[in-house]
Design a protein. Sequence first.
Length: 275
Amino acid sequence: MDLVLEAADQHLLTPYVYPAGWPEGEPCRQLLSLFVITNLGALVLYLLFGTLSYYFIFDHELKKHPQFLENQVRREIAYALRSLPWISVPTVALFFAEVRGYSKLYDNIEDSPYGWSGVFLSMLSFLFFTDMGIYWIHRGLHHKLFYKRFHKPHHLWKIATPFASHAFHPVDGFMQSLPYHVYPFLFPLHKVTYLGLYIFVNVWTISIHDGDYRVPRFLRHVINGSAHHTDHHLYFDYNYGQYFTLWDKIGGSYKSPTSFEGKGPHDYLRKLREK
């Protein structure tokens, strides 16, 4: 995140926003800047990619499903916009620790002991590490001690749209993002790679709520896509994973998506029309 902060300082904050006597490296200034940047970045990612997905990928026929709520899209967006600033508070604390040099993020490829292959391997390990972490956190949030208070609001959207992707209770939203932020404190990761992965995970979160169930046949039971996550919203106790089905299979919570078996939401709508 220090790359983004440096760019913001250089091109906007130092010349146009902050007083000349307030140093760029001063902690309070960094915290304030990170809070603004994090919130603006989250809004742009959510609204831009959510809108593109909603208008160009999401099947609007799903809005005719009996479990699609009245004014649902507006309610999803409103819930997300209320939650994102609160989610950003602990997120900014972790970004601040990164900026102050406590993480294992590095600037140059030469700083990696394995060069470019290390960058590639770190991308894979990031995906598998965060997938594992999110699986167990997500599954834990379904425990009766936490579900009603923190995770149930996200399950209000049985037939989700891309705008449901970030419509979480703030505690739920932060907890499920925690593995992304923990990784660079445990393992070396290139700073630009980290920014790219951070954008990717936000776009992926939107994509598994887009109602587009198409996956190459040979990956249907490997990739945790929209079909899997739709069944999670509908049946609760299955498909907790983020990118892959691996941990659901290990944890006994894997469910073959109903849409792959002719029993999904689209099939239900088709049967309603036939009646």
